[in-house]
Design a protein around this ligand. Sequence first.
Ligand SMILES: C[S@@+](CC[C@H](N)C(=O)[O-])C[C@H]1O[C@@H](n2cnc3c(N)ncnc32)[C@H](O)[C@@H]1O
Length: 210
Amino acid sequence: MPLQIKFMSVDEEADGGIVGEPCLSLSNSPDMSLLSTVDPFADILTATHIHRSRHGCGAYPYDKGSMLGVLAAAIDARRIVEVGTALGYTSLWLSYGAQHAHIDTIEFDSDHVRIARQHFIGHKVADRIHVHHGEAVTVLDGLDNNAYDLAFFDGFEPTRQLVNGLDRRLRIGGILVCANLTLGRTDPVLIDSAAWLVHSFGETAIAVKR
Ligand SMILES: C[S@@+](CC[C@H](N)C(=O)[O-])C[C@H]1O[C@@H](n2cnc3c(N)ncnc32)[C@H](O)[C@@H]1O
């Protein structure tokens, strides 16, 4: 049976932010219903694509938001740090998965910071997601060491300096999800099996801090 894609209405706000009900539903046939997926943040996904085409920026939403939600839920993450907020799509998935978590997310583009904050208010999670406006290396320096359960990198190229910054924030046993590994060079810190237990999907790696 063919994949069915249903679009429902989306209200666009004046400044490029969009808040609304889940609007994308993917389903196969009725007998495949266990594989059906609804993205509760499809409104933000749509807003991000529209924003990027107008702004000409690098706000490419991560395509495995649900994986982040599942991981965050599975480890019952209480503290999460993210580099690369954009308009908030992945922060929202992380907060959805880990419903008791506080999330520190870092973004250096002031337009993205402003719109992401609106989206967090719209989705009623602004009290749990703190958007830090600044360069990730600098902001990470001000966060607690060995304190976070989950770190997600989705800035541009994952440099050694940025990955080391996230490493220092994670507790032993914490999980690093690093995207964009095919941008630029692969950072050898991620494949150091003495420091990490790693699974790679190619563009993304998931690593547990030993
Ligand atoms: C690929 S987008 C993030 C997409 C977002 N995670 C999502 O799924 O919607 C990368 C974002 O990281 C920001 N960014 C890139 N490098 C950064 C850095 N070094 N410090 C802070 N923000 C950065 C960019 O401005 C952009 O908004």
